[in-house]
Design a protein around this ligand. Sequence first.
Ligand code: A2R
Length: 333
Amino acid sequence: MKKALIIGGAGFVGGYLIRQLQKDGYQVAVTKMPHETIPGEGFEVLDLDILDRTAVERLLEQVRPDCIFHLAAQSSVYLSWKNPGLTIDVNVKGSVNVLDAVRMLDLRDSAEGEEMTGSPPQACYRPRILLIGSGEEYGHVLPGEIPVSEQNMVRPGNIYAATKVCQNLIGKIYVDAYGMNIMSVRAFNHIGPTQTPVFVVADFCRQAAEIEAGKREPVIRVGNLSAKRDFTDVRDVVRAYSLLMEHGVPGETYNVGSGKAVEIREILVQILSLADAEITVEVDPEKLRPVDVPVIEADISKLRSCTGWSREIPLEQTLRETLDYWRGKVRES
Ligand code: A2R
C-alpha cells in the first residue's frame, strides 16, 4: 500500500483530500499545526510547522511517504496584503524547507548506500511531490489570453500570488537540479462546505444563512461583483490532485479548474435565489481589494489529456450544499 503524506491537512482542502486518498487506497498521514484538530479516523496525524526546518526533516525521516501533497500555506489573498512577511515565509520558505528536507534525505540515503555497498551513489529517496499553487499566479490576464494555459506569462497582482509563483519556480529548479519528482498545480477557486468565510462563496452563504435565521439585518455585504472567477467544487479538485499524483509528469505544471469563469454577481444571484428570505445587496468598501484581476479562467486541456479528469459536481449543487452547511453552523451557534 502506498503511503501518502498531506502537509497542511487541517485546512479546507485537507479534509477532502484525506477522504479522496483513503478511497484511492493510500495509507494516509497528515500534518497539522499544533493548535489545529482534524476530524475523522483511519489516518495518522502529526504536528508540523513547516517553518521549522529540522522538524520537517525529522518528520519526513519518520514517515517516509511515497508521495507528498504540499497544502500548507497562508492561503488568503486578503491576509497576504495585511501580513506579506508571514505569507512569504510560509509559502516560499516553508515550501523550500519541505523540498530541501526531501533532498537531504535522498543525499543521506545514497551516501549510506555507497558506504555499505562500495558502489557509486545512487538516488534512493525520490517521493512524488505535488505543490499546490494558484490560478492567481496568472494575475493580470489579457483578454486574448482567456482561457489561460500553463504557458501563459504570469503577472501576479498580489502578494499571495507572487509567493505561489515563487513556489512553482523553485519546484522546477529542484526538478532540474536534483532530478526530484515534483509536479505543480495551479488551482483555481475551489469551493464547498467547511470553507472559511474569508472566501467569497462561503462569505455570501454564511451571511444568507444568518439572515434566514434572523441573526442579521436582511442585507448582504459584498465586494467587487464584476470579477469573473473559475469555481470548482473542492471534491472535484482533490480528485484531480490524486490523479495528478499518479499520472503527472515531474517538472510540469497543471491548471486545475472548471474551465469556465462565472461572474461573482451570478454566484450571488444563485445564492439569493436559494435563500429563504428577502435580501438586499450593499457594497462594503472593506471587501474591495487593493488590486483586483477582472477575469480568471483556466484552460484545463493539459489536465484532461494527462488524467482524463472532468468536473462532476455542478456549481448549483456546490452552492446549495454550502448554504446548507452554513444553515447548520448558524443553528448550532
Ligand atoms: O493558518 P492555519 O493555522 O489555519 O494553518 C494552515 C496551514 N499552515 C501551516 N502548516 C504548517 N506550517 C505552517 N507554518 C503553516 N501555516 C499555515 O496550512 C492550514 O491548516 C493549512 C492550509 O489550509 P487552508 O488555509 O485552509 O488552505 P486550503 O484552502 O486547504 O488550500 C490548500 C492549498 C494551499 O496551498 C492554498 O494556497 C492552495 O491550496 O489554494
